[in-house]
Design a protein around this ligand. Sequence first.
Ligand code: ADP
Ligand code: MG
Length: 447
Amino acid sequence: IWDKCLKDLKKSIKSHEYKAWIKDLEFVSITGNKLVIKAKDHITKELIEKRYLPAIKDVVAKNFSKPLDISIVLKRTTGHVLELDLRTKKKEAENKIESNLNPKYTFENFIVGASNQFAHAAAIAVAENPGKAYNPLFIYGGVGLGKTHLMQAIGNFIKTMYPSKTVVYVTTESFMNDLIDSLRNDRMTEFREKYRTVDVLLIDDIQFISGKDRTQIEFFHTFNALHGSGKQVVLTSDRPPREIPMLTERLRSRFEWGLIADIQPPDFETRIAILRRKAEDEGIEVSDSVLKLIASRIKSNIRQLEGALLKLKAKAQLEGKPLDEELVKNALKIEPGISHPSSSESDHLPVDEIKKVVSQTMGVTIEELNGSSRKKHIALARQVAMYLCKKFGNYSFPKIASAFNRTDHTTAMHAFNRIKELREKNSELNQLITEIENTLARLIDTS
Ligand code: ADP
Ligand code: MG
């Protein structure tokens, strides 16, 4: 009878959807009013429950001559299925090389809350209708808030839903490197072929295109080619298009053509939900009150939130203690007002952290900060980073100079004084630095 149900479903559900989700459902049992069927993985199960349950109920009621409750279970990993699994894994790996997608970033394990609801809905719309819903989709938000996750979830979803579509994920940096290589090796035809023939192009951290003139020109043409033929473009950035410095007007306006969706830092409830999910995934047993404590301490970065949980688990194991509130309090140094003798140390932000924030906020790469380019915006960012190393790390000038591969400590001193002066004269720059300082202050809070 189940085969007959499948046949009926095949008629009522679009063929590619049927093939992707319904075809492989297996009959398990009927007990009383309950029909149990087996799905091959989590995504399938969830999608069926969200979308196809009514349709399945209808045909089941018709074919079994009575309405039945439907429950979907996952395939057990017996040897046989394991083998199958391996085979699909292998296939996935092949796809991964081509698309560059990390299979762990899916919609299924993306927790939705008020802070990311809009971006999530936009991402789903684009994933379901690539090229037709919003083009481009531009997702922006702070560090560690789930932009890359959401972007790759679009890619992974499209790959499952429309296996024939080509999806390519690249960071702006590797797009740039690819371009430079291609120019150098006279392989521009291949470069264009590669990027202009995809169905879905996902470019991460587009703010790094700032000041990269050649890359902007090439990306402009890539964008036009794709957009013009109805192919989907998705971009992420740590800020909205109009705040990306040194970006040509024609690119900026294109970034704004489709839909701009922001992701905000998660609220308390969402932070708890994310922690709970992570704990489940990692098999960490931890009480709600401990989760609450962690969530009340780490507020603005989901990567740090997850990292804290793993760190605590490791600490508990290492010290042979339970993961309880006591441990969290000690490990996350939370008591406000109690000054530890070593507290000045935690104000001592590592140079790498400072470089990272400057790099992200000012749209230059870490390599450029460490390098010797004298391009105006790079040199400025480098000086800002040195200035902040003094201010936030209180490192000596020789130490700062050497952290930036400079032998002469007066370089660092000069940078410090210059930025101090510039802040008073240039309000735009001053604002930018204040923004960086706020981020750094938050890092101190949570480190
Ligand atoms: P971004 O690209 O914005 O810096 P990522 O996408 O790399 O941030 O996210 C950082 C980490 O937090 C990743 O491990 C990601 O899976 C996780 N994460 C972010 N948002 C969520 C969410 N809403 N639900 C579950 N995990 C999330
Ligand atoms: Mg990212």
